[in-house]
Design a binder for this molecule. Structure first.
Ligand SMILES: NC(=O)c1ccc[n+]([C@@H]2O[C@H](COP(=O)([O-])OP(=O)(O)OC[C@H]3O[C@@H](n4cnc5c(N)ncnc54)[C@H](O)[C@@H]3O)[C@@H](O)[C@H]2O)c1
Length: 254
């Protein structure tokens, strides 16, 4: 459909909900899932960009709808699931991906900033997983994908609240996978340095320094992450659950 790479139709008959799908990794995953045959619900707080992603998928021959969603509001996640079922009949891949955070030490951040990080970047993953797993257990099972981070595994300076959320997402993923196997798989997708709009505003010299600190000597594109996510969402990854899968160019190994 759009990809430079050959793609399969291994997500045919899947219905995928992706949060934070208006931009970056979420957008690339929504498009890739559609390319592989899935029907897509694009969810984001950014209506214009989210509508554009759904339109791009539909224009290329796929099937997508947009649902305006603040993932921090539980009623809006309930509405998102209901809209997906109404449009496509069921959901069997629920990808929690949206995030919001400040990048500060615990001394510099405020309680309000911490609470807002938890609301969007952790509580939403818990509640979205809760309603999606409940739905999947009543139907034919499914997959919870949670975008975590290399920050789930190690401590980099200045990421206090973000690391709290990302570490907990990995733990949450393990518990869902253990509790609800074999009907539901849960996998945390743990990217390293990925070129997305989330990096807008980072000085070029900082980007270059980070790239040189990665064994692969580069960041990755969101499409590279989406290729991994599509595999993890598919039945080919049936033996992968209750764990994190890292895509970081070797960053964590040094
Ligand atoms: N870019 C990286 O290097 C990197 C590395 C590791 C992990 N991640 C993770 O990948 C995920 C996606 O990040 P990205 O880099 O693509 O960021 P991005 O800024 O490109 O996209 C984030 C999206 O989340 C949406 N969003 C924010 N608050 C929301 C809310 N309350 N409700 C619904 N949507 C909301 C934004 O509108 C945006 O479309 C995040 O979970 C992030 O932590 C990114």
């Amino acid at each position: 459909m759009f990809s430079a790479y050959p793609v399969s139709n291994r997500l045919k008959d899947k219905v995928c909900v992706v949060t934070g799908a208006a931009s970056g990794i979420g957008r690339a995953c929504a498009i890739r899932y559609a390319e592989e045959g899935a029907r897509i619900v694009v969810a984001d707080i950014n209506a214009s960009a989210g509508e554009a992603v759904a339109a791009e998928i539909n224009k290329a021959g796929g099937h997508a709808i947009f649902q305006h969603t603040d993932v921090g509001e539980t009623e809006q996640l309930d509405t998102l699931l209901a809209r997906a079922i109404d449009a496509f009949g069921y959901v069997n891949v629920w990808h929690n991906n949206a995030f919001k955070s400040v990048f500060k030490t615990i001394v510099d951040q405020t309680l309000e900033e911490f609470d807002e990080t938890m609301r969007v970047s952790l509580r939403a993953y818990w509640y979205g997983s809760k309603i999606a797993v409940t739905h999947m257990l009543r139907h034919n099972g499914g997959v919870i994908l949670n975008t975590a981070s290399v920050q789930s595994y190690f401590g980099e300076p200045g990421f206090s609240a973000y690391q709290c959320a990302k570490g907990a997402i990995l733990s949450l993923t393990r518990s869902i996978g253990v509790d609800h196997a074999p009907k539901v798989r849960a996998v945390a997708l743990a990217p390293g340095f990925i070129h997305t709009p989330a990096h807008d505003g980072i000085p070029p010299e900082t980007i270059e320094r980070v790239k040189q600190s990665i064994p692969a000597r580069r960041g990755a594109s969101p499409e590279e992450v989406a290729a991994l996510a599509a595999f993890l969402a598919s039945d080919e990854a049936d033996y992968i659950t209750a764990t994190g899968v890292i895509i970081d160019g070797g960053y964590l190994a040094i």
